[in-house]
Ligand binder design. Structure first.
Ligand code: MSP
Length: 510
């Protein structure tokens, strides 16, 4: 069977500029995409922008622009940030693109011809910022239960999707596929929600015009979530290219999203697909939210963390490491400058940086930089080496579970073990006696080989550092593949190894 992997980020609204929360979702996808590529998968990694809807229309008109002008401007900021963060996406879809609009109209028609879309009237409480209608009982003190802002009563003629019809099929699917919604707590949340009953869903609007017209009734535009969710198949060429990427990559292996948009991805999207007879994505993984120094990130608090500034100050790999290491993927976390600096100094500058500079310096001092063949092994050497195959296996499981912080823990346990191995074997003492030359050769071989594997394993998280480590070891830094290269003993004796400059400068704090 061919190894393929399709991973998606949510598509980002263009009425906001990118911040650390957006960077987080995209980064997690990038890490997994890179890992899967290293494992020999053909990866389709999709991201993009969600450009239609009333919010964007309003934001544009208050700025004296057309919605498309606003989108064009903000899209550039997203794209520039993804470059800066070394995001390796395959495609970037914009919902204003013709390829997308065509696919959305087609999906609408398909569901309509199946008899699951009808024209009706709608009267409910609408939250404009969330683009969501709420029933009277769902409101909290008259306000949106999601964002807490005020709602307004709207009556509109609207097309409805017979979502109620798919309640049982959806429940059956969630129950039969325990991994469909992750983490577990989110799955339970959705199971409870669906069991309470699904109402038909309003999927068109007449109150604004910035969107995709309903085929055959141009007074209506298609509901922004129907439009947005469909990006996951239009980017593959749906419906025109049945033998191309749709066949190759659909169903998606994982949609990575934040917990706030779980219902759209695990109730609306799957029921649309069921109605259209299209297979469901294999997994939807919802991560948690970041607060900043203990507070919700918001424009009014002026505490929005701007990722460009962080990258300029600390470097891209340090930011990637921190975001993936600090918080278990799936839980909420807090961003603070103190913990960021602490992580950089302790894990990167000290633990990894020192391991690489100490080991390569010793190899240059004791063996002129040429890797010796290992001599006989002691029990301690064997125990050190034995950690690696286990770690490689654990890493694979953890990556497939999107347990990024555990995966980094696995790698940093090796870093810690290698530093301890240096302290315990004390190569500087072995170097003093001729009769210990073989022992010293074993220790140095093991350290440098350990660094090779650590570099490869960490490359999906730290692409620049991973490549730099391989370059230092005389390998091709551009090739970070793990397939066939993750077994102990890959480095050939005789390899010339550079004395490494520090990988991460320590951040000085007052
Ligand atoms: N346009 C929709 C998604 C449509 S997908 C078919 C949307 N866009 S968004 O720009 O508002 O958010 C995109 C992602 O950023 C979401 O996954 C959201 O969870 C994430 N984050 C936004 N703020 C966040 C934090 N403070 N912390 C972590 N992630 C957050 O929703």
């Amino acid at each position: 069977m061919e190894k393929r992997f399709y991973i998606t980020t949510p598509i980002y609204y263009v009425n906001d500029v990118p911040h650390i929360g957006h960077a987080y979702t995209t980064l997690a996808c990038d890490v997994l995409a890179r890992y899967k590529r290293a494992r020999g998968f053909e990866v389709f990694f999709l991201t993009g922008t969600d450009e239609h809807g009333q919010k964007v229309e309003k934001a544009a008109y208050t700025k004296g622009e057309t919605p498309l002008e606003l989108a064009d401007r903000v899209v550039k900021r997203f794209q520039a940030l993804w470059d800066k963060l070394d995001i390796s996406h395959t495609d970037f879809i914009r919902t204003s693109q013709e390829r997308h609009k065509k696919g959305v109209r087609q999906l609408f028609r398909k569901i309509e011809s199946a008899g699951d879309i009808y024209l009706g009237a709608y009267e409910d409480w609408y939250c404009t910022p969330c683009e969501t209608f709420w029933t009277e009982t769902q409101l909290l003190d008259g306000c949106c239960p999601d964002c807490g802002r005020s709602t307004e009563k709207l009556k509109e003629e609207s097309y409805f999707f017979r979502m109620s019809k798919y309640q049982q099929a959806l429940l059956d699917h969630i129950e039969a596929n325990p991994d469909f919604i992750q983490p577990r707590t989110r799955r339970n949340e959705i199971l409870n929600f669906v069991r309470e009953g699904l109402r038909d869903l309003s999927i068109s609007r007449t109150s604004f015009s910035w969107g995709i017209p309903v085929p055959g009734n141009e007074r209506h535009v298609i509901y922004v979530w129907f439009d947005a969710l469909t990006n996951y198949i239009t980017a593959l060429g749906y419906p025109d290219d049945p033998d191309g990427d749709v066949r190759k990559f659909w169903p998606a292996d994982v949609h990575v999203i934040g917990k706030d948009i779980l219902r759209f991805h695990t109730v609306y999207w799957p029921t649309f697909l069921l109605a259209a007879g299209i297979p469901l994505p294999k997994k939807v993984f919802a991560h948690g939210w970041w607060t900043v120094e203990g507070q919700k990130m918001s424009k009014s608090l002026a505490n929005v963390v701007e990722p460009n500034m962080l990258v300029d100050k600390y470097g891209v790999d340090a930011i990637r490491y921190f975001l993936m290491r600090e918080v278990p993927f799936g839980l909420d976390g807090d961003f603070s400058h103190t913990s960021l600096v602490h992580r950089i100094n302790s894990d990167l500058a000290n633990d990894l940086g020192n391991l690489v500079s100490r080991s390569t310096a010793m190899l240059n001092k004791y063996f002129g930089g040429a890797l010796p063949a290992p001599g006989p092994s002691t029990a301690r050497d064997d125990a050190f080496v034995a950690r690696f195959p286990t770690a490689v296996r654990n890493l694979d499981t953890q990556m497939n579970d999107l347990a990024f912080n555990k995966a980094l823990q696995t790698i940093w346990d090796l870093v810690g073990a290698a530093n301890k191995y240096i302290d315990e074997t004390a190569p500087w003492s072995l170097a003093k006696k001729d009769e210990d030359r073989e022992k010293l050769a074993t220790v140095m071989y093991n350290l440098i080989e350990a660094i090779r594997l650590i570099g490869l394993m960490s490359a999906p998280f730290l692409p620049n550092t991973g490549s730099r480590i391989l370059d230092i070891l005389g390998l091709d830094g551009a090739d970070t593949s793990l397939e066939g290269r993750d077994a102990w003993g890959g480095l050939q004796p005789g390899t010339k190894v550079e004395k490494a400059e520090p990988l991460f400068p320590r951040i000085e704090t007052e």
